[in-house]
Design a protein around this ligand. Sequence first.
Ligand SMILES: NC(=O)c1ccc[n+]([C@@H]2O[C@H](COP(=O)([O-])OP(=O)(O)OC[C@H]3O[C@@H](n4cnc5c(N)ncnc54)[C@H](O)[C@@H]3O)[C@@H](O)[C@H]2O)c1
Length: 363
Amino acid sequence: MSSPPRRLKFGLIGLGRLGSIRARILATQQPRIDFVAACDTKPGSDKWVAENLPSSVNFFADPTDMLTNGGIEAVLISTATATHAPLIIQALDLGLHVMCEKPIATDVATTEQVLAKAATKPNQVFLIPFTKRYDASYVHTKQMLDAGTLGDVHAVETHNADQQEPNGFFVAFSALSGGIFVDVGIHDVDIARFYLQPKVGIANPKKQVKRVFAVGQQAVYGALANTGDADNGWGLVEFANGKVFNMHVGRTLKNGYESTTRVYGTKAHSLINGNSTINRVEIRDQYGVRTATTPDSFTLFNATFLTDIAEFAAAVLDGAPLTCSVEDAYEAAKIVTALQHSFRIGQPVYFDDEGRPIFEEAK
Ligand SMILES: NC(=O)c1ccc[n+]([C@@H]2O[C@H](COP(=O)([O-])OP(=O)(O)OC[C@H]3O[C@@H](n4cnc5c(N)ncnc54)[C@H](O)[C@@H]3O)[C@@H](O)[C@H]2O)c1
């Protein structure tokens, strides 16, 4: 009789907006994972775990305690961005496989420290899953590009905007998130890199970006000025291979969440989520023809949260390949921190021959 397939003993740190969704998926919909430990430092988290997760999931109030004594082989870190780096390094040093929400850190130097640590642990899986890469429409677009359907792809344009939040959650979150370009824009930068292949056609593979420029506004949430942040931002990236990426990121829509991606080729262009409607139902009334907008990114990307964890489990258990590389996370991090800096100083940011952004002061 064959033995049952091996399952991965798994822990989760962070049970906030995203982590609570991750926890439910880990507990119920992951056939190759034994979800055995969950941690959050927030008071009341023990009660949330007891009420929402199976009794087989042990609660830990201290991450070090969970990483050391949780009986886990792998961990998903879903805490605020500024806390990622020390947790990743600690988990890697304890011999664990690590999956962590984007971005690795809010600055380039800390990102590089994490990557240096990961490089010393080649037998441990380390995944930063960029949500869009696990979404069927984005995967389909990449397949079209690879088949030449759009011709030579020369530019990508994205619009990625959240609904206004009455509590302005992200205003308090801003100091820990790195700002709108780092926190939101990293998804768009990553998918643009996926489509524009900035390493192809250049003499120096380290220097993939020529320059970036960003502007932004505090259209609704004036307090964001205190952290050098914006509620609407526009970013332009000129890659060294001549390709161009242009994005709008925002947090002030009234109708819901919109995330569109346009890929321009010489034969055709493609558009993902041209109308961010939640379904195909139209309401026809005194206002005309209306559809309901997807309320938030979590709704749209629920399915991708299934796929990326399954991929991570297969990488650990079977040595299967990962969709996102650590290099992708590094390159995207450099671009978004450069965009955030450009917005703050009001000037373009250039990249040096090592491929690092040159962070000058405002002139
Ligand atoms: N892939 C995506 O599309 C996506 C979407 C949203 C958020 N994120 C990322 O997920 C992360 C979490 O975002 P969120 O919106 O859930 O934040 P959140 O603030 O709602 O939740 C974070 C939770 O982590 C806990 N926490 C913080 N530090 C901790 C520590 N050291 N040990 C244990 N618990 C700790 C907090 O108490 C909180 O409950 C962020 O890095 C964010 O960038 C990714």
